[in-house]
Ligand binder design. Structure first.
Ligand SMILES: [Zn+2]
Length: 120
């Protein structure tokens, strides 16, 4: 089995759960004026996270269920990695690779990985 390297991992259940979701300030317009919202303000307004975004797809309606976990797809997150992005189920872990990419990981797989490497 190949070695799996990642520098951080955090459990994700809902929007805003990832520690880097509001790490950056956000530029935008308010009443026609350009302004900056701090990460804290974005969090308070429950804007979508910067790492794990809202799961929204024009071809998928709100009533559809996830093939993996059976929950409504609108309870899910989405990471802008690879072509088409990566879906995050509630309860998944988000791994941060050494190169700064974010990858969702099923909890049973995560526990297998961390068990094998002695990390918990
Ligand atoms: Zn799911």
């Amino acid at each position: 089995m190949a070695n799996i390297h990642f520098k951080a991992a955090s459990a994700w259940n809902q929007n805003g759960d990832h520690p880097d979701d509001y790490a950056k300030d956000k530029l935008g317009f308010e009443n026609g004026e350009l302004r900056t919202w701090s990460g804290q303000e974005c969090r308070e307004m429950d804007w979508e996270g910067q790492v794990v975004r809202y799961y929204r797809h024009p071809a998928i309606g709100g009533g559809q269920q996830c093939a993996h976990c059976g929950r409504n797809l609108h309870d899910h997150g989405w990471i802008d990695e690879s072509e088409g992005g990566l879906t995050v189920c509630p309860g998944d872990w988000i791994l941060t690779t050494v190169t700064g990419h974010h990858i969702p990981c099923k909890p049973e797989v995560f526990h297998l990985i961390t068990g094998l490497t002695g990390g918990g």
